[in-house]
Design a protein around this ligand. Structure first.
Ligand code: TYD
Length: 207
């Protein structure tokens, strides 16, 4: 049986990932694909610890946070109930909101980025995506979206950090240029315009 495709979406907080992911999943299903939509951090107990840290309820060192994201990601791949690996093996596509690129870009600011990258890329249980789509929206419009849609701000949700995160994403994409399939989409346009670029990228992956 042909393996499922593994597609990851990345972007700054407030870049509109959720909307575009829903549109793509809908279109994939319309084309007859079986799709599992998922996100990181997951709803595992480790994911709960991560969310407490992101909300600022518990203060965690960036190395500690990197290790929590790593443990959550391994669980996300291998758990037999709804793990990424078993879906792909069963021919089901997986669309994931954030993955290891986020660890590199966010934790890579205060933790040693090489250490974070080696832990993730060197772990054989962590699958490599077939495609990563980065939604690149400008920091001010992301910030407005955060302000409008959220009740409180998480630890990384401020303009200064987002500026650093965006730069890190680009550094990381440069480093992974040869080994990964990463596409950058200008997400500061109308929803339908952004989506038409995504469909084009998706179709070329499926050819
Ligand atoms: P996000 O997709 O913004 O979820 P929500 O919209 O529900 O807040 O992700 C939550 C945060 O987690 C986001 O600020 C990025 C951060 N994050 C990391 O710092 N490292 C990681 O490895 C992952 C997966 C996420």
């Amino acid at each position: 049986m042909e393996k499922g495709k593994f597609i990851v979406f990345e972007g700054l907080d407030g870049s509109g990932k959720g909307t575009q992911i829903d549109l793509l999943v809908e279109e994939m299903k319309r084309q007859g694909r079986k799709v599992y939509k998922t996100a990181e951090p997951t709803e595992s107990s480790t994911g709960g610890m991560i969310n407490d840290a992101l909300a600022g309820f518990v203060k965690r060192d960036e190395y500690e946070l990197s290790a929590l994201f790593l443990a959550d990601r391994i669980f996300h791949n291998v758990n037999p109930q709804n793990g990424i690996k078993q879906f792909l093996e069963r021919g089901i596509d997986v669309v994931c909101d954030r993955y290891y690129y986020s660890s590199f870009a966010y934790q890579g600011i205060d933790a040693d980025i090489d250490w974070v990258m080696n832990l993730n890329l060197g772990c054989r249980e962590i699958m490599r995506p077939d495609l990563c789509i980065f939604l690149d929206a400008d920091i001010n419009s992301c910030d407005e979206r955060i302000e409008k849609n959220r009740f409180g701000r998480e630890i990384y949700e401020n303009k200064e950090t987002q500026r650093k995160v965006r730069q890190r994403f680009f550094d990381v994409f440069k480093r992974l240029e040869k080994s990964e399939n990463i596409k950058i989409v200008d997400a500061s346009r109308e929803i339908s315009e952004v989506f038409s670029d995504i469909i084009e990228i998706y179709n070329s992956l499926m050819q």
